[in-house]
Design a protein around this ligand. Structure first.
Ligand code: AMP
Length: 119
């Protein structure tokens, strides 16, 4: 599947839609999820056009990949709620429940997060 540049995260990256920004550098942008599923629910997206984690790992440069995961680490370390524990998750495709076709990682924290899958 090719990258669809009309997706909502592409629009956020282009500044066409606002977001509640948490962090930004040359590789990544993090912002609060619009429908949070935990007291802390942050989305981290790469600046480049990648559909999923598979696409990112296959096509992104080593610098982009390192920069992205360094950003994830920095954000998590800077948030007080993650110190008691947190979870990251990345959905891919229909069965994964991916709604937005721009690679993103969810970061959840702020309460006990329960079992890994709901069922
Ligand atoms: P996924 O199902 O993994 O593709 O997750 C997409 C996430 O994007 C969902 O948790 C949505 O609540 C979130 N979302 C959709 N539109 C926006 C937006 N404009 N700003 C912030 N989060 C959004």
């Amino acid at each position: 599947m090719g990258y669809d540049s009309t997706n909502i995260f592409a629009k956020i990256l282009r500044g066409e839609i606002p977001c509640k920004k948490v962090y930004e550098d040359e590789f990544a942008l993090a912002f609060h999820d619009i429908h949070p599923k935990a007291p802390v629910h942050i989305l981290l997206i790469p600046k480049g056009a990648y559909v999923s984690f598979e696409d990112f790992g296959e096509k992104a440069s080593s610098q982009e990949i390192a920069g992205f995961f360094k950003a994830l680490s920095k954000i998590s370390k800077d948030i007080e709620e993650t110190q008691k524990g947190c979870r990251i998750l990345s959905n891919k495709g229909i069965n994964g429940g991916q709604e937005v076709p721009h690679f993103h990682i969810h970061l959840f924290a702020g309460r006990p997060l329960g079992p890994m899958l709901s069922s």
